[in-house]
Ligand binder design. Sequence first.
Ligand code: ATP
Length: 909
Amino acid sequence: MSTTRPWHCLTATEALEQLQSSETGLSGAEAAARLSRDGPNELPRADGVSPWQILAEQFKNLLIVILLIAVALSALLGEVLESIVIAVIVLFAIGLGFLQEYRAERAMEALRRMAAPQAKVLRDGREQLLPARELVPGDVILLGAGDRVPADARLLEAVNLRANEAALTGESVPVSKDSAALDAPELGLGDRINLVYSGTDIGYGRGRGLVVATGLGTEFGRVTGLLAGVAQQRTPLQQNLDKVGRVLAIAAGSVVVLIAGLGVLRGEPLLEMVIFGVALAVAVVPEALPAVVTISLAIGVQRMVKRHALVRRLPTVETLGSTSVICSDKTGTLTRDEMTLRALWADGAMATLSGSGYAPEGALTLPEASPSEQQAQRGLIERLLRAAALCSDAHLEREDGGWRLYGDPTEGALVVAAAKIGLDKAALEREAPRRDEIPFSAERKRMTTLHRAETDPQMVAYAKGAAEVILASCDRLQTADGIRALDAAAREQIEQAARALAQQALRVLAVAYKPEVKGKDDAEHDLIFLGLAGMIDPPRAEAKAAIADCARAGIRPIMITGDHPETARAIAAELGILKDGRVVVGRELDAMSQAALEAAIEDIDVYARVSPEHKLRVVTAWQTRARVCAMTGDGVNDAPALKKADIGVAMGRTGTDVSREAADMTLTDDNFASIVGAVEEGRGIFSNIKKYLMYLLSSNIGEIGLIAVATLAGLPLPLSAVQILYVNLATDGLPALALAFDPPEKDLMQRPPRDPRTGIFTRPVIFLMLVGGVWSTIVNVSLFVHQLNGSAALGLDAEQALARAMTMTFVSLVLIEFFKAYNFRSDRDSVLQRPFANKWLNLAIAWELTLLLAIVYVPPLSTAFGTYAIGPQDWLLVLLGAVSIVPVLELAKWLIRRTASTQRTLVAG
Ligand code: ATP
C-alpha cells in the first residue's frame, strides 16, 4: 500500500488508483481473481448447526438414554437377542429423528441462502445484479433509496444521498453523504460522510461507491464478527404442542409408573419391568412431534418457494393458513408493470402512440388538423417527451438482439416513447446534463431534475408526477402559440383529460418545466404545464384467477395504490376486486378518524392515491376486527406497515432491501397470485400437521389404553417391550411422515379461513382422536382376552398360548393404526374419498406390512420379537377386528359433519 491515509481522506481518484479500479468498475476476470484471493463478502453465521450437533441432540432425550442403559444391563443378564433388537429399534428411532431434524435444518439453510442480499455492481462496464457475497474490494456499486449497503464503500458520487446508520453507530437521524475528500484523519465513523457502511441502509437519494472492505473487514464485521441468524422463533403451533407434549408426558409417565409398579408387585422381574415401562414411555410420549412439525413447516416452505413465495420465518407458514384479508399494491403485483405509453395530451389535443414492449418502434398519430397545426402539435409532444425522458433515471440497452430496460417501468415507458419519435435519452443528456435532482417518492408522487448545458448560464427544471400534484404547482401552460396563464378553465380541461385517460385504466403522468431556476428550492413551484402521458399496464391474468380463488376461499382482496382513483377503479373492476364496495382516496383517509376507518373498513375495496403511512392505518383497522391481514409493500416507507401486518409481503424483483427485511415473505415474481398460492400451501400444511397429530396421539391412546386396561384387569402384559417399541417405530416413523406429504384436500380453498384463535385441537380433532384410541383399546383388549381363553382349547401350553394371544394383539394393534393412517387423512370427509391418493402413505404401509409379516414368520426376527406363527383363521379374526375401526371413525366423522352443518344453519338463521 502506497499510503496509510484512511479512505475518507483520499479523493475518489486516489481511492480508485489505490484499489486499481476505475469509474466503470472491475472486469469480471479481475473480480473473480480478487474473490478467490480475499474471500467472499460475508460474515460467519452465528446459528449454523452441524450434523454432529443434531446427532448429539438425539441422545439428549433422557428416556432413550435410560432405555439404552437398561438394555445393556439386560444383555449382561443374558437377554442378549431381545436386547440387541431393542437397541436396533432405538437406533433406528434415533436415526429417524436425526434425519428429520437434519432435513429441517437443511431446508432452513436453503431458505437463508435464498434470502441472501444482492447488490448492483458495475462489472465489465455494465450494471449487473449479483449476490452481495461476490463483491470484492475495487468493485463499483450503485446505491438507491431502500438499498441495504452490501459492503463498506468510498462514495464516488452522492446525489441527495442519506444513509440510516443506526444499526452501526446507533445514530437514529439519517446521515447526509457526500463524495468529496475530508481532511481530518481522526474522524469517527459517523462523520466520515464520504463512506457508506455495510449493514446500514440508504434512506434517500442515490449514489455510486467504490468497495473498500468486504466481509469481516467491514466496520460491521469488526463490530459484530458474526451475522445474526434468521430468527428461529417457535411458531404458536410449536409452542402449543410443546405444552401439550409436556402434559402428555406427565400423564403417560404416571400411567407407565403405575403399570410397571403393579407388574413388580405381581412378581415380575424388576429390570424387565423397567425396560417395559421405559419402552412404553418412549412409545407414548410423542417426542418426535416437534421435529415432524418443523419438517412439515419446512417442506411447506420449500413448496412455497416453487410457487414463488419465499418465507423467512416458520411461524409465517402457520399464519398464512388463517389469512382472511390480502391488501395488495396494484402496480406490478396485480398488473404486469410493463408500461407502454399509449396516449399523449398537449394543449387540448390527444395523440396516440403505437408499438408494444420496450422496442422503440411505433408511430405517433395526431388528431385531424391542418399540416401546420399538426406540425405545431408534434413540436409540443416532442417538448413533452424530451422533458419526461430527461426527468427519468431509466435507460434502454440493446441486449441479445432485443431491448432491455434498466430502471422503473413507468419511466421506461417515457424513455421508450421518446425514442419512438427519435429522441435518444443519452443524446439529450449530453446536450443538457443533469446538475441536481429531487427524487421521486411514493409520498411526494413527483420528481424533478435540474439541467444546464455547458454553454448555458441558466438551469432548467423538468418535473413529472401525479397529474393533480404537478398541476397544483403550475401557473402557466405551454401551448402551440407560446406560454399562457393557466386559468381555471384550462385547469378544468386538463383534469378532465386526466380523468378520461384514467377511466381507460391508463396510468397518467403529468409533465412540466421551468426555465431559469436557481436551484432545488425554486424548482417545484410556478412551473409551466407541458402535458399528460397515459400508459397502459395490463392486469395480470393470474391475478384475476387468484382473486376468484380468494372469493371461494373466504379471503377479501383489497387494492392499495398510489395511482389515480379512476385508474385504480377501472383495474380493480376488471380484476374483480371492486364489486359493490367503495373507492377511497388518501385525502379522505386523512380526514377520517381511526375509529371511522374501522367502522367503514368492510365497505372499502380500493384505496387510491395513498401514501405508505396510510397502509399502516388500514392494517391496524383490519386487525381490530380480528382479521389476519396480509399486506404488500416495496418501498422504504412501507416497512412499518409490513411489520405491523400479520403477513408482510415484500417484492423480490422490484422491492427494496429494507422492505424485504421488514417482511415475513418475499414474492420472487412480485405476483399477487403467489400470495394466494402461499395461503393455499399454508392451509395444506396446517391440515397435514393436524392429520398426523390425530394419527399419532390416537395411536398412543390405543397403545396405552390396551396396556393399562390389561394391567388393571390383572391380565398378563399383552405386548412385550420389543413389540411396543416396534409399534411405535412403525407408526411414528414412515406413515406419520407420509401424512406430512399428504396431498391437499380438494376443498382446501373452498372453505373459510381458519379462525386463528382456535388452535389445532378443535373439538372434532379431539373427538376423532378419542374415538379412534378408545375403539382400538376395546378391540385389542377383547381380542387378547378371547385368545387367552381360547388358546387352551387348541392344546397349546401356557407359554405358547400367551405368545399366540400376544402376537394376534400385536398384529391387530399395528393393523388398526394403518387403517387409522388412512382415516385421519381428513377430519371430516369419508375415507372412501380418494383413499389411496397419498402414494407415500401407500408405500410406507406396504413396507411396514412386509416387515410385520417378517416379524411374525421369519426367524430370527420372530424369535427376537417372541411372535407365534399365527394361521389364516387367526388373520381373518384379526383383520375383522381391525377393520371395524373404519365404520366407527366414519360414524364419528358423520356426526362431526352433521353438527357442523346444524351449527351453520343456526348461524345462518
Ligand atoms: P402501487 O400500486 O404499487 O402503490 P403505484 O405505482 O401506483 O404503485 P406509486 O409508485 O406510489 O404508486 O406512484 C404514485 C404516483 O406517482 C403514480 O400514480 C404516478 O402518478 C406518480 N409516479 C410514479 N412513478 C413516478 C416517477 N418515476 N416519477 C414521477 N412520478 C411518478
